[in-house]
Design a protein around this ligand. Structure first.
Ligand SMILES: *Cc1c(COP(=O)(O)O)cnc(C)c1O
Length: 225
């Protein structure tokens, strides 16, 4: 990717996000996370120069490599992938801005235990498997509130900031919309916990996700192509 391409890609995403969020409300602010998993540090730096500040990775090793390589830049780093138990300590040491893929109570307990040992905290989103797809991680919609409550009460080193979900992996826009609506309704049900982020929407469906109430999108391929 060259400099012009980075500016063009980012401008395109920003324009679409801007139009989509204004259709919801003038006050509906959407945060854009650039998912750099298919790309390299050089391209992240290009997008940084174009104005993008928040990036995400789905592997701890890649997060480590890119964040260290770009150590000089004031970037936010998000983790969005499956976290294996044996990588928990590595992730904690990287101080991610937001861990978006806390996908079970079991993982929360394990993460909390290790955070305690290191006397640290981590901001996280509870991942919801709203489309109920076997291939996807996350808690089921009907369990979401209970699990969110339990983590909030029992895991003092985890700072829950909301929820994350991946839209249904189908062509049918109605089915995708439905999975986003389920996620948004869970977000609304959590009001008493003051959730901040409803993270949903990727390259192929972020405008739809915003229309359904998303306030954080994770775009990879469309930004880094
Ligand atoms: C890869 C990935 C994205 C970005 O996907 P694109 O379709 O390339 O925009 C978003 N969220 C998660 C959890 C991912 O793994």
């Amino acid at each position: 990717m060259d400099k012009n391409k980075a500016v063009k890609n980012l401008d395109k995403v920003i324009s679409k996000v801007e139009a989509a969020r204004l259709r919801v409300s003038e006050h509906h602010i959407v945060k854009i996370i650039g998912i750099s998993k298919y790309s390299n540090a050089e391209d992240v730096a290009m997008l940084y120069n174009a104005g993008q500040r928040a990036f995400g990775e789905n592997k701890v090793q890649d997060l480590k490599q890119k964040s260290q390589e770009l150590d000089e830049l004031p970037l936010e780093w998000h983790f969005v992938g499956r976290l294996q138990k044996n990588k928990i300590n590595n992730l904690i040491d990287l101080n991610p801005t937001l861990m978006q893929s806390l996908d079970s109570l079991e993982l929360a307990y394990e993460l909390n235990k290790k955070l305690k040992t290191k006397n640290k905290t981590m901001s996280c989103l509870l991942q919801i498997n709203s489309a109920k797809e076997d291939s996807k991680a996350g808690v089921l919609p009907e369990e979401a509130k209970e699990v969110y409550e339990k983590i909030s009460k029992e895991c003092s080193n985890i700072k829950l900031k909301g929820i994350m979900s991946i839209g249904a992996h189908v062509e049918d826009r109605e089915i995708i919309t439905n999975s986003f609506k389920i996620t948004k309704s869970i977000f609304d049900e959590l009001k008493e916990y003051n959730p901040k982020y409803c993270s949903m929407g990727m390259s192929s469906d972020f405008e739809l996700a915003i229309a359904c109430g998303s306030n954080m999108i994770r775009v990879g391929s469309t930004l880094f192509k």
